[in-house]
Ligand binder design. Structure first.
Ligand code: PMP
Length: 290
């Protein structure tokens, strides 16, 4: 496995960063997870745009243009030879001292890993997943806005631990107002009376690129889509439920806090959207020349 570390392609064993890197010491940095389907990088521009927005929020100068980040990502994918996989793009504040002050970090660290990922076992894509709402609240917008894809995922990890402790693979995070925000690494959708509903960004949600892709697919299929606040009540009484994310893709949910959704089987609209999503991943994307 080759890793692009600050522009140099190195072996996995040589892909090491300093213990003084603030990405490690403080989670001070930003990242993206991107998929490659059949040698095409899916929604690369959208991911790089989001990376730069996250960096802007935390006042991190990536030190490269978007075009250069795209070029480095494509180059690493080409060298990897991986045609169906997952890319992790990370930019940290870089090496500093033991204080928090980011001004002491003179140069950001970046790396690109091209590998594979399987977030949930395959059978759950056919049978649906069971999820749990957790006590850990979603970060409030004015503390660390969940639209920022920062390296600080402890809020999500605490939620994941709680779900795991309940024997569940995934957690749904509720925000301080009691509204549903998102899962630890995925966005949430419900289907109610033929309409598709997903929580609006202000409830503490990452603007998922898969979420946006599913919304545009639904609109093309003339399905009505709305961004509305949801409580646990709407989850429990949904006709269908599914989650979206780059790593997870589109995955059906058939149980929330022991309440069965659609009798415990993936719903019709969910299955249709899964099929259509698969189709667009086959025809879209930035071509990699291997
Ligand atoms: N929410 C969170 C917290 C995530 O980490 C992710 C994965 N990036 C998502 C939602 C889904 O976003 P996307 O579809 O862009 O991968």
């Amino acid at each position: 496995m080759l890793i692009n570390l600050n522009g140099k392609l190195v072996d996995k064993k040589d892909a090491v960063v300093s213990v003084f890197d603030h990405g490690l010491l403080y989670g001070d940095g930003v990242f993206e997870g991107i998929r490659i389907y059949s040698g095409n990088i899916f929604k690369l521009k959208e991911h790089v745009d989001r990376l730069f927005d996250s960096a802007k929020y935390i006042m991190l100068d990536i030190g490269m243009t978007k075009e250069k980040v795209i070029k480095e990502t494509v180059r690493t994918a080409a060298k990897s030879g991986i045609k169906n996989g997952y890319i992790r793009l990370v930019v940290t504040r870089g090496e500093g001292d033991l204080g928090l002050d980011p001004r002491k970090c003179s140069k950001p660290t970046y790396f690109v890993i091209v590998s594979t990922i399987q977030l949930y076992p395959e059978k759950f894509y056919r049978e649906g997943l069971s999820i749990t709402t957790v006590a850990v609240r979603r970060n409030v917008n004015e503390a660390l806005n969940p639209q920022v894809k920062s390296l600080n995922y402890l809020n999500n990890i605490l939620a994941k631990i709680e779900a795991n402790n309940h024997g569940s693979l995934e957690a749904v995070m509720i925000n301080e107002q009691g509204y549903v925000s998102e899962a630890t690494g995925d966005n949430i959708f419900i289907v109610k009376n033929g309409k598709l509903i997903t929580p609006p960004l202000f409830t503490g949600v990452l603007k998922g690129i898969t979420r946006d892709a599913v919304v545009s697919i639904a609109k093309k299929l003339k399905i009505r889509v709305s961004k509305k606040v949801l409580t646990r009540y709407e989850l429990y009484t949904a006709d269908e439920l599914f989650m979206t994310g780059t790593a997870a893709e589109v995955i059906p949910v058939v149980k929330v806090d022991s309440r069965l959704i659609n009798g415990g089987t993936p719903g019709k609209m969910t299955k249709k959207l899964m099929t259509e999503f698969k189709k667009i991943t086959k025809v879209m994307g930035t071509k990699v020349k291997y």
